[in-house]
Write a protein that binds this ligand. Structure first.
Ligand code: GLC
Ligand code: CA
Length: 557
């Protein structure tokens, strides 16, 4: 079979806990995903990436894996997962599984044995003596707040956890760890899985255990010393033997130079990478728990830098706005009020015409918004709850801390999928248990059922964007040239491929804008836009209405 061309593919991400609940226990499940496969098929995607549903205590919603070979009963059974793979396959959709190999749950057998003192398993983790004064080995901070080291009295040692205290980091320098990981990947390949997303995979190779005098410690373990060696080995021993398999690495605070390697055409590591620099434009440096307006210029600079440099190095990006760790994009960079529909479509247009494989996160295709929570007790995410306390310890008032959580919490992307206008939004039936996290009140206005009936809906527009990538080679294969780089309102670019040309023009704001230096569009036709009557201006220039986006195509230059 020819190699799978992931450049024409689009991936739909599912957070199963919040997608669809079929047994009324308030938690989404695998059978819920199966029941919605026709909906996903209708959108036109090629892959489903599901976040983890392996056995887990769920302290980080499944990113704390206790057993990689079995399905958490809350989500269903192995038979359900096999049926999901088969049923998706019948619809031409491949399953991508989410592999969390930087750490395991402290309930995992390996960690349990380590805690019993078994030296073979202790070396699966990073147990280290504290400093002479008894404090932690380094001053590194956990990504979820607090120290990255947890003291174990029995050994008078600490173990490393870059995330929650129940997520112990695995020691990839131990060959036995790498072999166990390979076994897990091969197990799921044998089940017919067509792709993998590797969780925070650029953190697996730890460097020196030293105090970080400038930051939180990330420079000692991000894109670490043996990272390329370990990824190449994983590739060669597992998915690299099957050209049909697509892989994406989640790269935390990575550098673009490393990504040329991770996702280069012939480097033998991964198919593509998620990087997050463009989603920190409303942070202060790396500090997420602040309120600062999004910096539009920075957003463009970062996206264009990654687009052009990855092209130059023959490497491939995953392109996206949303996932289960991010607020909803229409609330973040668009307008969830007056221009809800236009801005959601505009943001979709920008992503889907870029060079890279687009990812659509459940609910993005219907323009779902941030939560409407008014009290901290409604939040569930461990990161949000930790930081709510930390912010107050730093001196913020409860209401200021709450405001920051409201804007940045990962729970914004985790409220139940809005299928219809009924009590629980069709996520589960009205006589079932209350969903594990609150349904947004706006499900009576924003839901999939209504949008399927409306030709002008965000869903229908996403469907067109996805179909367009398959029809027009220039979107999948073309080079990219940024346009309007310094312009304070316009996001625009040109794509070129074998004489075909495509220009994307978008007004990023809710005010009409005269773009005087717009490129000449003679010979182009508007193939998609979020206003019904987009026309080529007669006298040059382009007037962009609020959040107006258009895709212009010319088969021949
Ligand atoms: C990734 C996941 C996130 C999780 C973290 C630790 O960033 O996307 O949800 O909390 O890794 O596994
Ligand atoms: Ca359920």
């Amino acid at each position: 079979m020819a190699e799978k061309d992931f450049r024409k593919s689009v991936v739909y991400q599912i957070y199963p806990k919040s997608f669809c609940d079929t047994n009324k226990d308030g938690l989404g499940d695998i059978r819920g995903v199966i029941s919605k496969l026709d909906y996903i098929k209708e959108l036109g995607v090629d892959y489903i990436w599901s976040t983890p549903f392996f056995v887990s205590p769920q302290n980080d919603n499944g990113y704390d894996v206790e057993d990689y070979y079995n399905i958490d009963p809350r989500y269903g059974t192995m038979a359900d997962v096999e049926e999901l793979i088969a049923e998706a396959g019948k619809r031409g959709i491949g399953l991508m599984f989410d592999m969390v190999f930087n750490h395991v749950s402290t309930r995992h057998e390996w960690f349990q044995k380590a805690m019993e003192g078994d030296p073979y398993y202790k070396d699966f983790f990073f147990f280290r003596k504290g400093k002479p004064d008894g404090s932690a080995p380094t001053n590194w901070e956990s990504k979820f707040g607090g120290s990255a080291w947890e003291y174990v009295e029995k050994f008078d040692e600490y173990y490393l956890h870059l995330f929650d205290v129940t997520q112990a980091d695995l020691n990839w320098d131990n060959e036995n760890v790498r072999k166990e990981v390979q076994k897990i990947v091969r197990f799921w390949m044998d089940k017919g899985v067509k792709g993998f997303r590797f969780d925070v995979v650029n953190l697996i190779s730890k460097g020196a255990f030293e105090d970080d005098t400038e930051g939180d410690g990330r420079k000692y373990y991000t894109d670490g010393p043996n990272i390329h060696k370990y990824l190449k080995e994983l590739h060669d021993m597992t998915f690299g033997t099957d050209t049909q398999i697509v892989t994406v690495g989640e790269m935390s605070s990575t550098s673009i130079e490393n990504c040329y390697q991770y996702a280069g055409r012939d480097t033998g590591e991964l198919s593509m990478v998620f990087s997050f620099h463009h989603l920190k434009v409303d942070f202060m440096g790396n500090e997420k728990w602040v309120l600062v307006p999004a910096d539009f210029q920075k957003l463009k600079d970062i996206i264009f830098e990654w687009q052009t440099k990855m092209t130059e190095h023959n490497a491939w990006n995953a392109v996206f706005w949303c996932n289960h760790d991010q607020p909803r994009v229409v609330s973040r960079f668009g307008d969830e009020g007056r221009y809800w529909k236009q801005s959601a479509k505009m943001l979709g247009t920008i992503i889907h015409c870029l060079r890279g494989t687009p990812y659509v996160y459940q609910g993005e295709e219907i323009g779902m918004t941030n939560t409407d929570f008014t009290d901290i007790s409604q939040f569930r995410d461990v990161e949000s709850l930790n930081h709510y306390c930390i912010l107050q310890e730093k001196g913020l008032s409860a209401s200021d801390a709450f405001r920051i959580i409201q804007i940045h919490s990962r729970d914004n992307g985790r409220t139940p999928m809005q299928w219809d206008g009924t009590k629980y939004a069709g996520f589960s039936s009205e006589d079932g248990k209350e969903p594990w996290i609150g349904v947004n009140e706006n499900h009576t206005k924003i839901n999939a059922g209504d949008q399927l009936k409306d030709e002008d809906s965000i869903f229908r527009y996403y469907q067109k964007l996805i179909a367009m990538r398959k029809e027009l080679d220039v979107i999948a294969y073309g080079d990219i040239e940024p346009l309007a780089e310094g312009d304070s309102s316009v996001f625009a670019y040109r794509r070129c491929w074998k004489g075909q040309e495509l220009i994307v023009t978008a007004n990023f704001y809710g005010k009409e804008y005269e773009w005087k230096k717009a490129p000449k569009l003679e010979g182009f036709k508007c193939v998609l836009g979020n206003y019904p009557d987009t026309k080529i201006p007669e006298n040059g220039g382009l007037t962009l209405r609020p959040y107006e986006a258009a895709v212009w195509y010319s088969p021949q230059i």
